[in-house]
Design a protein around this ligand. Structure first.
Ligand code: ATP
Ligand code: MG
Length: 398
């Protein structure tokens, strides 16, 4: 068994000693069976949240009413969740009622996809009531039970299905695909924050092209901000764009802005629809605005290295479909050797400039400082107070 599971075995043993059932469940079991790197280890048990808290020293309750407690063991957090059933999804996203139960099978039955519905004992035996192993072998994404019914309970599962297509390189079962086509409109009941998280995970997956083609062909795309009015040309460009080569969420959202051809004036309003954090949408909009055919020392200085490299990475992927690392290193090198990185590093400031020019404050200060920056960056003017003043004497006043 993988070391990550072995480290968590004492938690299962502790629960067994106290008379409870306890299993590894969910994504970690799937990833273990697929020989993929294992992420978080989730544990399911018939112990109630209060009992979990009582039997472990370090716990954090994250969603106690839903039965989830985080147990810290040797510095690692583990989500320990009480077996539960969920009923009455009148809002298409959350159960009206959660009941704690004793049956593992019923707990596994409420899970979204067969590949996510397996459990593993502390000895590594797999419990697979819904054909998860067979679907892994067939590379098939299929819901546990009737897909339409499962999407009526929680419509986000449609996006999760596509997200796993992208992460695992699997295909959708016919029934699951048909149900997404039929039920896509249910996605309107899901909060945009949950959709944005799945969207990001989907786009970063190595098989995102496949998932995007399905997103467009099922019509699920029409339920996402900005994608409804996509032309077939744009849809094709988006499906072919290698998002997984990008380095950050900022780059990812900037690439979406470029691919959807959203003007820089509308970009913040667009990203706000996804309710991204202010920092994320400012950074993404800045990367989009910095798209340019070529860089010189001054444009690199004004844009900043981080944003410039992100913009350049996207430009390369849009035009050549690959990243020229050499070119990125060159830009980095040019930036590193700039004599100053910000106006604050100039050896003269606004106050001194006012004294020197004997003029009142005004817009001219910023304009003149920019001229000095430009001369220092591009014309080799020495960044020293006296040299700058000598140079200013030779310039016309702003
Ligand atoms: P990863 O953590 O790698 O993104 P995961 O499969 O662990 O993938 P999580 O979102 O962490 O996904 O959820 C853990 C488990 O909870 C899933 O494997 C699945 O069994 C169940 N699950 C998660 N979301 C849903 C949902 N919307 N409906 C039903 N079951 C779900
Ligand atoms: Mg997980």
């Amino acid at each position: 068994m993988d070391e990550k599971f072995l480290n968590a075995v004492p938690l299962l043993e502790k629960l067994h000693t106290e008379g409870f059932q306890a299993y590894f469940v969910g994504g970690s079991v799937r990833d273990f069976l697929m020989n993929r790197p294992i992420g978080d280890i989730d544990i399911a048990t018939d112990a109630k949240p209060e009992e979990i808290e009582r039997h472990f020293k370090k716990t954090i309750h994250v969603g106690k009413e839903h039965g989830t407690i985080i147990v810290l063991h040797k510095g690692e957090p583990y989500e320990v969740t009480t077996f539960r059933t969920e009923e009455g999804y009148s809002d298409f996203r959350r159960p009206d009622k959660v009941s704690f139960i004793r049956s593992l099978k019923e707990d596994l039955q409420r899970r979204d996809l067969t590949i996510n519905s397996m459990a593993m004992t502390k000895d590594g035996s797999i419990i697979d009531y819904f054909g998860g192993r067979n679907d892994i072998q067939k590379k098939r994404i299929h819901t546990v039970g009737n897909p339409s019914e499962r999407f009526h309970e929680d419509a986000l599962r449609m996006m999760r299905a596509l997200r796993f297509v992208s992460q695992l390189g699997f295909h959708l079962s016919e029934e699951t695909c048909a149900a997404i086509k039929r039920e896509k409109e249910l996605l309107s009941h899901i909060s945009i924050e949950r959709k944005a998280i799945e969207m990001e995970k989907m786009l970063f997956g190595p098989w995102c092209g496949q998932a995007l083609l399905l997103m467009f062909s099922t019509g699920l795309s029409t339920m996402l901000p900005g994608f409804r009015a996509c032309s077939s040309h744009q849809a094709e460009a988006i499906s072919r764009f290698p998002f997984h080569h990008l380095k950050s969420k900022e780059e990812l959202w900037a690439a979406i802005l470029c691919l959807l051809e959203i003007s820089p004036e509308s970009s913040q309003a667009y990203l706000r629809q996804w309710k991204l954090s202010a920092k994320l949408f400012n950074d993404a909009a800045a990367i989009q605005k910095s798209q340019r055919a070529s860089w010189d020392r001054f444009s690199l200085y004004k844009t900043g290295m981080h944003t410039a490299l992100s913009a350049e990475r996207i430009r390369m992927l849009l035009s050549d479909k690959q990243i020229d690392q050499e070119r990125l290193l060159q830009l980095e090198e040019i930036y590193e050797h700039l004599p100053i990185k910000s106006v604050k590093e100039l050896d003269i400031d606004g106050n001194e400039l006012m004294q020197f020019r004997k003029k009142k404050p005004g817009k001219w200060i910023a304009e003149e400082l920019e001229k000095i920056e430009k001369a220092v960056i591009t014309d080799g003017l020495e960044n020293g107070r006296e040299a700058i003043k000598e140079w200013l004497k030779t310039c016309n006043q702003a």
